[in-house]
Design a protein around this ligand. Structure first.
Ligand SMILES: CC(C)(COP(=O)(O)OP(=O)(O)OC[C@H]1O[C@@H](n2cnc3c(N)ncnc32)[C@H](O)[C@@H]1OP(=O)(O)O)[C@@H](O)C(=O)NCCC(=O)NCCS
Length: 389
């Protein structure tokens, strides 16, 4: 049972309640269209959930969406999911996603109230830590979570974006790339990444999801036949998995109003960013919604495994080329993974060098281990679950 909350304000009152598909779907799509993602000094990017606003959380074991209503208008929304992941040890983490408040109703306490209600739902489900990610320069979001709600800045991974070109990228003949089964992928992930921060205990569910296109391994030519047999692994190898985010939601580049000063700047950035596309269909309508592949579970072993990672990225790029509307290959790597970052092809213009991850302990008895956790230097890689992207 979820109770409705009425929040009194000086002149207006708003109500926070559970999302109701029948009542809210269309109004939510409208809200999403009104809310730009992050600060708009780069390209104005909007998400298009293709008629299913809860598509992002639907694949998590437990999830909820709350909406805020003011005078029968839908003015805000937030999504949350709960999963067991590796932190210092296994912990229940509540993920905060998709917080949006209509631009006309900002600074009225709606965003704050939505987060507080979601935190209450987390507490009712014995969540240890609440987690959220935002762009480092999204002042409204950082102020809300860090200053107002005492979240702690935790990690700053980089989001690396690589546009898909029409020509295939050349692969080295010295490196062999092969697809492995879900069972083998699960085994390798639990063995090599099980202690990675945010590693999901239900990795098997991620790998078997229909959006997960598979897992690939790269190693030197000649090593494939022995790979993994009797505990043998080559000195240098790498693996990654591919998630078809475009199957869930699309990104859309918005046309800013002509009157808006940003427009000329945005147009220049867009033109520059998309100058690399030679496919006429893409050039003719860059404002059409497009999908992207997300690379997750990037793992590599050995001093020269960077080139294996590069080969895998190129391989996925070539897969994306022949897909219907995949225009980007995206991945997110922690600062600990600095060694591998140069090997992941990406465009600096489209990438985000520091995505900000914040967390907050929700149980008072966990405070000590939380303090310890936030003091731990970045000595471990991060696992970025594609379900939260
Ligand atoms: C971030 C966002 C949800 C805030 O919603 P909101 O309803 O305007 O926020 P609130 O009125 O509840 O503000 C609560 C606190 O957040 C901070 N805050 C909110 N907007 C701010 C802004 N523009 N600048 C600085 N601080 C801001 C303040 O600390 C504020 O407290 P105060 O009003 O007492 O100073 C809203 O700006 C938004 O939808 N942005 C676009 C989407 C987005 O970036 N989502 C966040 C992704 S994690």
């Amino acid at each position: 049972m979820f109770y409705e909350y009425i929040t009194q304000m000086a002149f207006e009152e708003f109500k926070v309640r559970r999302y109701d598909g029948g009542l809210d779907r269309a109004r939510l799509e409208l809200l999403e269209r009104r809310c730009e993602v992050g600060p708009s000094q780069h390209v104005l990017l909007f998400t298009d959930t293709m008629g299913d606003p809860i598509s992002r959380i639907r694949n998590s074991p437990m999830y909820i969406m709350l909406v805020a209503e003011l005078n029968h208008e839908l003015v805000g929304a937030i999504q949350g999911s709960i999963k067991v992941v590796t932190m210092k040890e296994l912990a229940k983490v509540g993920y905060i996603l998709g917080l949006r408040v209509s631009p006309l109703h900002r600074r009225k306490g709606i965003g704050l109230s939505l987060v507080q209600h979601l935190e209450e739902w987390f507490v009712r489900h014995q969540v240890d830590y609440a987690y959220m990610a935002t762009e480092k320069d999204n002042t409204a979001s950082v102020d809300l979570f860090v200053n107002k709600l005492q979240y702690v800045k935790f990690r700053t991974p980089a989001i690396l974006v690589h546009p898909v070109r029409t020509r295939p990228l050349k692969l080295s003949s010295k490196i062999e790339i092969f697809k492995i089964s879900e069972e083998n992928a699960e085994y390798l992930y639990r063995r090599f990444m099980g202690l990675t921060e945010f590693f999901p205990s239900d990795i098997d569910k991620v790998l078997s999801n229909k959006l997960s296109l598979g897992t690939w391994v790269a190693c030197d030519q000649g090593e494939r036949c022995r790979f993994g047999h009797n505990g043998y692994f080559p000195t240098n190898w790498a693996m990654l998995s591919v998630w078809n985010s475009g199957g869930l939601f699309k990104m859309r580049i918005a046309k800013a109003p002509i009157s808006c000063m940003m427009y000329s700047k945005a147009s220049k950035v867009i033109n520059k960013a998309f100058a690399c596309f030679t496919m006429p269909a893409l050039l003719s309508n860059i404002f059409e919604p497009f999908g992207f592949y997300f690379l997750y579970g990037v793992h590599h072993e050995g001093p020269t495994s960077g080139k294996m990672v590069r080969a895998l990225c190129k391989y996925v790029h070539n897969m994306a080329r022949v897909s219907e509307d995949c225009m980007m290959v995206v991945t997110e790597v922690g600062s600990y993974d600095d060694r591998v970052r140069p090997h992941i092809p990406h465009w600096r213009l489209l990438s985000c060098p520091e995505d900000l991850w914040c967390i907050k302990a929700l149980k008072s008895e966990g405070r000590e281990s939380f303090n310890e956790l936030t003091r731990i230097p970045r000595t471990r890689p991060l696992f970025v679950d594609p379900r939260e992207v």
